[in-house]
Ligand binder design. Structure first.
Ligand SMILES: [Zn+2]
Length: 316
């Protein structure tokens, strides 16, 4: 096929550095990536290899911030095809319904923690879920009494969220708002221009506002690429989910998020443990409860996680 549905990223879009090294490459239509894509997309809907042509899954590592990024990424047409057609909206909604209890618990805990952090009446708080998906996080923030907004590209998900009373706004409308909190959960790994997006979102944040970035943790991914077990299930020891071809086009670590945030004019905020623990203890098993107890300590002390709160840097 002569038409290409890909764009090339010649430099790191988290820090704009051009210096990088290639750490992995394989055509999308050749093993092991071909098999990975089939096993990933067919259960969710379908895959059409004719749109991938002879494009390559190339991973570059930025010399400056350490981001590992895919060089050839789907253009808008292919991106829409992947998220709206290859991933069948009906199947995606059903899958989301099956895991909903755990999601509800962690989202509720997060929204309650934020209300406690701002120490304000919920109705005075204005929250945005950037890339809201099916709008569950927005719904929870709304139920808790906060003014709740969402953005999303998928038309199916937008319609669903609207039918649940969520205020959906477009990218262009964002600067008309000022939010106390912007949630980006599992979004920045998918974005073509992460630094520019973060800088744009900064304009829509109140001076005292917070922005959360939560992405898959890419720590140790180079070791996993050497093992190259593309059949390893998500969350398993050797999983390559953090660099999932076509979708997880940016693979962050703690350091690369902090470097990007710093360039965009943000600094990290460590929410006090006393606030994190107010609503943190839940879980369907003792192990889960234990994990939830340890998570805030891990986040605040070790500087390794990729669940990070940011605020605008205070100008002296
Ligand atoms: Zn970089």
């Amino acid at each position: 096929m002569s038409t290409s549905y890909f764009m090339k990223r010649q430099f790191c879009l988290a820090c704009k550095s051009e210096k990088h090294k290639k750490i992995y490459s394989c055509q999308f239509s050749k093993p092991p990536i071909k098999e990975y894509l089939e096993s990933f997309y067919i259960p969710q809907g379908r895959i059409e290899f004719e749109y991938l042509g002879d494009s390559e899954f190339i991973l570059n590592e930025c010399n400056y911030c350490g981001l590992i990024y895919q060089e050839e990424i789907p253009n808008d047409f292919l991106m829409r095809k992947i998220y709206e057609e290859w991933i069948d909206p009906v199947k995606s909604y059903e899958a989301q319904q099956n895991t909903i209890i755990e999601d509800y618990l962690s989202y509720s805990q997060e929204v309650l923690m934020l209300i406690a952090y701002f120490n304000m009446i919920p109705s005075q708080l204005k929250f945005l879920d950037f890339g809201m998906g099916w709008g569950i996080w927005c719904q929870i923030a709304k139920v808790m009494g906060c003014e709740s907004y969402g953005t999303e590209l998928s038309e199916t998900r937008i319609e669903h969220a609207k039918s649940n009373g969520i205020k959906v706004i477009s990218w262009e409308e964002l600067p008309n708002h000022d939010f106390h909190f912007i949630n980006t959960g599992q979004v920045f790994e998918h974005i073509a221009e992460p630094l520019d997006t973060l800088s744009y979102l900064k304009k829509t944040l109140k001076p005292e506002g917070l922005l959360k970035i939560s992405v898959p943790n890419g720590a140790g991914i180079k070791k996993k690429l050497k093992i190259s077990d593309w059949t390893a299930p998500k969350s398993s020891r050797n999983s390559l989910n953090a660099v999932a071809p076509l979708e997880h086009i940016n693979c962050f670590t703690y350091n690369s998020i902090i470097t990007m945030a710093n360039i965009a004019g943000f600094e990290q905020v460590k929410i006090p443990l006393s606030i994190q623990y107010l609503y943190a203890i839940h879980g369907k098993s003792l192990m889960q409860v234990l994990k939830n107890v340890l998570k805030p300590v891990y986040r605040n002390i070790f500087n390794k996680g990729t669940y990070i709160f940011l605020r605008k840097k205070i100008k002296c």
